[in-house]
Design a protein around this ligand. Structure first.
Ligand SMILES: Cc1cc2nc3c(=O)[nH]c(=O)nc-3n(C[C@H](O)[C@H](O)[C@H](O)COP(=O)(O)OP(=O)(O)OC[C@H]3O[C@@H](n4cnc5c(N)ncnc54)[C@H](O)[C@@H]3O)c2cc1C
Length: 395
């Protein structure tokens, strides 16, 4: 048996013994997602057991180096572990912006001290991070951001306002883009800092969405003091880190749909909702053709994702190709949710009914619309693909 096959057998057997049955079922509601952090409360024993076992095994951030809280798995082992987790439909034991975004950025740009302070705490699920990028007039044009950080001795004094900060009211810390040189060309005057959400002068205001939920906030900074040591990278060089982090965010958002449709077969859901014809096929030929087209596109997309990640692991990084994954993955997810709503008919539109778990279909369908906005809109992704991937001349 090759070493990799041995690893697969060991991982399979460990997961069999350690992943509780309840953690092998798709999330019943998004509230069951484990975000971790100082204030986190588990909603079931199984959730807590799964989290603790995976933290102890260091498989919450399996590919990170051992000295930074990971298990030090090779790319091939990490891939095998991912497939084994998927095979048993295991839920993520914990995940948040620290894993998807800040971790990779710190591994590349952080000082040794920053890596040792923050990465193990992320891997153990102790700290929940939020992302302070967007501002009221700096979304797609992110480099126009105005939140300022002026140096006063060995501290920055931060003033300004962020918007659409997901879960700012529940996060422990924020990675934040600030303007440290107002005179420089806009990209050149930005720095990347880390701050504690409990710092004096930080406040948040939840924003309510069309789905009825408030997953994000406005965040205000009023003379917030941040130690200079919380600067990542060089002063005024934060734009490079910001862009690198975005490639990880985009790669992640373009992945499998979260929530209701995660790990579920849309064809089967439609069959249950619409019924079968005499041959046992979905009794709606148009919907059947649309679902078939979607599944074929999804298969091709999965092949692209695997190819892109394999190249990334071989050292090329995902880079601008993350815009392709983000664009196509999120447009695909929106199509998937639209088809789900077509299949569900009137039931899908029920808002507060018990039959739909409190309007889950409609609420998640609406939430899916945000997919092609967060992390950069589809229009912006198409612009990046045209210039940085296809290298087309600018129009
Ligand atoms: C669910 C969700 C979660 C989010 N979470 C966070 C978070 O945690 N932290 C954070 O910092 N931000 C977050 N955001 C904000 C997100 O990054 C911004 O909404 C996004 O970058 C778009 O910016 P904007 O809303 O200001 O829209 P605008 O930039 O004003 O864009 C408006 C429209 O104009 C189009 N447009 C703009 N410029 C161009 C151009 N050059 N070419 C073609 N079309 C263009 C856009 O595509 C869009 O359709 C989140 C957003 C959503 C929806």
């Amino acid at each position: 048996m090759s070493e990799l096959e041995e690893f697969r057998a060991e991982a399979r057997s460990w997961l069999e013994d350690n992943c509780p049955e309840q953690m092998r079922e798709s999330l019943a509601t998004e509230d069951e997602h484990v975000w971790g952090g100082r204030r986190w409360q588990f909603s079931s024993d199984a959730q807590c057991v799964w989290f603790e076992r995976m933290v102890e095994k260091r498989w919450t951030a399996p590919a990170w180096p051992v000295e930074y809280g990971g298990a030090g798995l090779s790319p091939a082992e990490n891939d095998v572990l991912g497939r084994e987790l998927k095979r048993i439909n295991a839920r993520s034991p914990v995940s948040n912006f620290g894993f998807w975004m800040l971790g990779p950025a710190l591994l590349k740009f952080g000082t040794e001290e920053q890596k040792r302070e923050h990465l193990p705490a992320i891997a153990r699920g102790e700290i929940r991070w939020c992302q302070g990028y967007s501002e009221p007039n700096a979304g797609s044009d992110l480099a126009s951001l105005k939140t300022s950080a002026e140096l006063d001795g060995d501290q920055f004094v931060v003033n300004g306002r962020k918007i659409w900060t997901s879960y700012a009211d529940r996060a422990d810390k924020m990675f934040c883009l600030v303007r440290t040189d107002p005179e420089a060309k806009k990209q050149a005057g930005i720095s990347f800092i880390l701050l504690d959400m409990d710092s004096e002068g930080v406040s948040t205001q939840p924003i309510q969405l069309i789905s009825g939920e408030s997953p994000f906030c406005e965040t205000f900074f009023d003379d917030v003091r941040v130690p200079r040591g919380h600067l990542v990278g060089e002063l005024n060089q934060g734009w490079t880190i910001a862009k690198y982090l975005l490639t990880h965010e985009r790669d992640n958002i373009g992945g499998e749909p979260p929530g209701l449709l995660k790990g579920r077969d849309l064809g089967q859901m439609a069959l249950e909702a619409v019924g079968a014809d005499a041959q046992g096929h979905l009794d709606d030929p148009l919907l059947r053709a649309d679902i078939a087209r979607l599944e074929i596109d999804a298969m091709a997309f999965r092949a692209l994702v695997e190819q892109t990640r394999a190249k990334a692991e071989a050292g090329e990084g995902v880079g601008a190709r993350s815009a392709m994954l983000k664009y196509y993955g999120t447009e695909l997810n929106k199509r998937r949710y639209n088809l789900m709503m077509d299949a569900m008919g009137g039931l899908g539109l029920e808002w507060d009914s018990e039959r739909t778990g409190g309007g889950r279909y409609a609420r998640e369908w609406l939430r899916s619309k945000g997919n092609s906005i967060e992390g950069g809109t589809s229009e912006i992704m198409l612009g990046i693909i045209s210039s940085a991937v296809l290298e087309l001349p600018k129009g």
